[in-house]
Design a protein around this ligand. Structure first.
Ligand code: ADP
Ligand code: MG
Length: 376
C-alpha cells in the first residue's frame, strides 16, 4: 500500500545516513521518528520525534512500532530480532533477513557465491586450527577481518604468514573471522540501487571509490571504467537484491583487480557513503529514493546531471579548530554537508562535500585543491 506524504516513517539509527534520509523525508512532507540510543545523534536533531532508547528496549520498540506507518533503517547492525519484533506493527523495509545477511562476513561471502558471483578468495576462521587449513585457499599477504561489527577498516589486520594470522586472531579476541586474500586493486567501485515491492530495480550510476587507511576518502562519478564493466556490476548488484527479496536502497562494493576481474567486496542493506554524490549530482538522491521505496512510491529518476567528486570530511581535518570553511565555500560549484556531530575525532565521519564540474578531471582537481586548503 502506498504511503503518501503526511504518513509517519520510523528510522532505526540516528547517524548521518539517517539524518540525510530525515531531510529527504521531511522535504516530501512525511513525519519522521528516529529511534537511536544517543541523545545528540545527527538524525535525532532533525527528526519530528526522537525516541532515545537502545535497539532491544521492547517498551520503546512497541511505542515506536505503533506510531509508525512503515519502518526502515540506516544501520546494518540493528538486531534481526528487533526488526522482526517491529514487523508485527507495520511493514519493515528492508526485512530482517536482508539486513541480517550483511551482519556476518562469512554468511555474506557464502551468499555472494550462492548468487553465482565471485567474492574475494577467503576462508572462514572460527578457531585457530582453521588458519592452517586455510593456507591452500588463501595466500599471503592476507587480511584477517572480524566476521561481525567491522566498519571503516576497523577489526582488520594484514598478515603475511600463518603464524602472523594466529597472532592476529588472538589479538582480535578469537572471534569468528574471515581470512581474505589481499588482492591487487586496479580500482574500487560501488553500485547503489533501489528495489521496490514489485521486484523492479533501478541503479544509480556506478561510483568509483578511493579509500585511505580503510576509510572512503573520495568518490568519483562517472566511474572511469568501461560501460561493459559498469553494466556487469549493476547486474551483479541487482542479482543480490533479487535473491534477498530486498525492498529499499542497498549498496554493493566491488573490487576490480589488476587482472580485470570483478569481485564482490561487501554489501550494505542501506544507503551508502559512496552514494552521497547523488544529493548534489542526480535528479533523485539515494535518500529520496529510500523514502520512495519504503513508502511504495514510484522510482525517482537516477540520472546523473553532472560529473562530481564527493570527498569525506573526517575528524582528522579539524586539528584543534574548525577547518577553513570559507576556502571551501569560495568554490561556487562545491556543496558542503555537515552532520552536526559534536566531537571531531580522528577517523570519524563529520561531513562531506561534493564538487561539480563539466569534466570529471576538473572536478577531481578542484576537489583535491579544496582538500589541500582544508588541511592547513
Ligand atoms: P569495511 O567494512 O570496514 O568497509 P572493507 O572490507 O570494505 O571493510 O575494507 C575497507 C577497505 O580496505 C576496502 O574498501 C579496500 O580499500 C581495502 N581492502 C579490504 N579488503 C581488501 C582486500 N582483500 N584486498 C585489497 N584491499 C582490501
Ligand atoms: Mg567497505
Amino acid at each position: 500500500m502506498t504511503l503518501l506524504p503526511g504518513s509517519t516513517i520510523g528510522m532505526l539509527g540516528g547517524g548521518q545516513l539517517g539524518r540525510m534520509f530525515t531531510v529527504a523525508a521531511r522535504t516530501l512532507g512525511y513525519h519522521v521518528i528516529v529511534l537511536e540510543p544517543d541523545p545528540h545523534s545527527p538524525a535525532g536533531q532533525l527528526a519530528d520525534e526522537h525516541i532515545t532508547a537502545p535497539y532491544d528496549d521492547t517498551t520503546a520498540l512497541t511505542l515506536f512500532g505503533k506510531a509508525c506507518d512503515v519502518i526502515t533503517t540506516e544501520f546494518e547492525n540493528i538486531p534481526a530480532t528487533t526488526l522482526e519484533f517491529l514487523a508485527q506493527y507495520c511493514p519493515v523495509r528492508p526485512s530482517a533477513r536482508a539486513v541480517e545477511m550483511a551482519q556476518d562476513r562469512i554468511v555474506e561471502k557464502e551468499f555472494v557465491r550462492a548468487c553465482g558471483l565471485s567474492p574475494v578468495p577467503f576462508a572462514a576462521i572460527r578457531q585457530a586450527e582453521d588458519i592452517a587449513a586455510a593456507q591452500g585457499l588463501v595466500s599471503s599477504p592476507a587480511i584477517l577481518k572480524t566476521a561481525r561489527l567491522g566498519y571503516d577498516g576497523k577489526g582488520q589486520m594484514t598478515v603475511n604468514s600463518a603464524a602472523e594470522a594466529e597472532t592476529a586472531f588472538a589479538e582480535l579476541g578469537k572471534v569468528a573471522c574471515v581470512l581474505e586474500q589481499r588482492v591487487a586493486l586496479e580500482r574500487e567501485i560501488s553500485v547503489i540501487l533501489a528495489r521496490n515491492t514489485l521486484g523492479e530495480v533501478r541503479c544509480f550510476p556506478v561510483a568509483e571509490n578511493e579509500h585511505r587507511n580503510g576509510i572512503l576518502h573520495q568518490t568519483i562519478v562517472p566511474a572511469r571504467i568501461s560501460p561493459e564493466l559498469a553494466q556487469a556490476a549493476q547486474a551483479a548488484a541487482a542479482r543480490m537484491a533479487e535473491q534477498l527479496a530486498f525492498v529499499g536502497v542497498m549498496a554493493v562494493e566491488f573490487f576490480i583487480t589488476t587482472q580485470g576481474e570483478l569481485l564482490v567486496n561487501e554489501m550494505a542493506p542501506r544507503t551508502h557513503n559512496s552514494g552521497h554524490y547523488t544529493l548534489d549530482a542526480c535528479l533523485t538522491s539515494q535518500f529520496e529514493q529510500q523514502v520512495r521505496m519504503v513508502c511504495d512510491l514510484p522510482f525517482g529518476d537516477t540520472r546523473l546531471l553532472s560529473p562530481v567528486v564527493m570527498v569525506n570530511l573526517l575528524g582528522d581535518v579539524w586539528h584543534d579548530a574548525q577547518p577553513d570553511w570559507l576556502a571551501l565555500l569560495q568554490s561556487p560549484s562545491t556543496k558542503l554537508h555537515l552532520y552536526g556531530k559534536r566531537e571531531a575525532r580522528p577517523g570519524r565521519k563529520m561531513g562531506h562535500y561534493c564538487t561539480l564540474a563539466a569534466q570529471t578531471e576538473d572536478a577531481i582537481s578542484e576537489a583535491g585543491q579544496i582538500f589541500q586548503q582544508l588541511q592547513r
